[in-house]
Design a protein around this ligand. Sequence first.
Ligand code: LLP
Length: 423
Amino acid sequence: MKSAYSVDVDEVRLNSTAGPSHSVAELTASCSTPFWLMNLDHVRARARRLKSALASLPVKIHYAVKANDHARVLSSLAAEGVGADVVSAGEAQLALAAGLEARHIIFSGVAKTRHELNFAFHSGLKQINVESLEELERIESMALEQSSQLRSPIALGLRLNPNVCPETHPYITTGFRENKFGMDEPAIREAVARLARSAAPLQLRGLSVHIGSQLLDLQAVDEALGISLRLQQQLRDQTSASAHMLWDRFDAGGGLGIRYDSEDETEETALIDDFAAHLGRHTQPLLQDGRLREIMIEPGRWLVARAGLLITEVQYVKRTPMKDFVIVDAGMNLLLRPTLYEAHHRISPLRVGAEQARQSFDVVGPICESSDFFARDRELPTPKAGDRLAIFDSGAYGRTMSSDYNRRGPAGEFFFADGQITG
Ligand code: LLP
């Protein structure tokens, strides 16, 4: 698979899956900075790659909308047959407005309000993933109250917290016992017992598990899949078959990472094949006896991160006795990841002159905080005011985490599809 963009000797180029590559500087010459550029060809190619890696399993992909919720991104993925994983009624409404069908939307998240649950009940979402016994109690009492108005039973998943600790930034692990997410095994057992005796119009479909994000080493994923699928099999065997204890689905969550330090996408593409192998091995016993019918996954970053650039213009190159700064017109308000997780994003001028000497800089934004940086001590071809820089791999958790702090206004958004740029 082609990389979304490549840094050639003298410029950044956008690679199209269908046609020739394009100079990003030329394609976007008339777009005012700062702006996001999404290569939608690449998003669709990723969805196809993921589907083909999982083709031997009954997998349905549900894109984690929080990674990038722009309608163009959602409809590109919907065109590839991808559903959605949402964590609020707001995200669900965006997905529906972009043309996704409610029956392909999973509702996750720890703090679903009554209003949001009502919305989920009546819009026919595919499944609600329950994160706590307290939430189950709320869902049960609401479903009982409304049983006469509900057209069909509400499909539930139970989110297991498998107590594994993947290698990633501590802010984005979710499957460790100290995290707020999911239920430990005793709580899951209690939830199952409660559902088994409930008279509410609820339907248990299976467990769900999501242990964290930006995972490149699949050891903890393997462990978590083993734990949750063994538990699903046990619980299924212990509960007598009934119309509301179906155990026909398993939700393996998202979390697949990308190599932010490299333009080369080979490693993360191969990761998908490993993931498919783990998923196949752990689900095999349940698939074989025919009760498990559907495996759901919820990738976000892997599908969209590479497709996005944040393009910004150098305002000043400020020299001080201690450090030299490249000050640009995009800030932490747009792309928070370096500030929040000390995340690395590659940066390159859109055009590089042969004579440009390389030097170490802090690349910083206009926001009135010293936490407003994109890179520290980064070696770059020495830029000048007016040059444009690309901040790579910004397609996931960029615009969705942005704010209007310091009131600089939103960034522009442009999309590449079918050989052309549109706004
Ligand atoms: N499913 C659930 C229940 C999730 O909470 C998440 C992400 C996903 C799926 C998708 O995970 P992904 O495939 O994108 O790793 N803002 C952070 C990432 C936070 C992820 C939150 N949950 C970042 O910029 O790295």
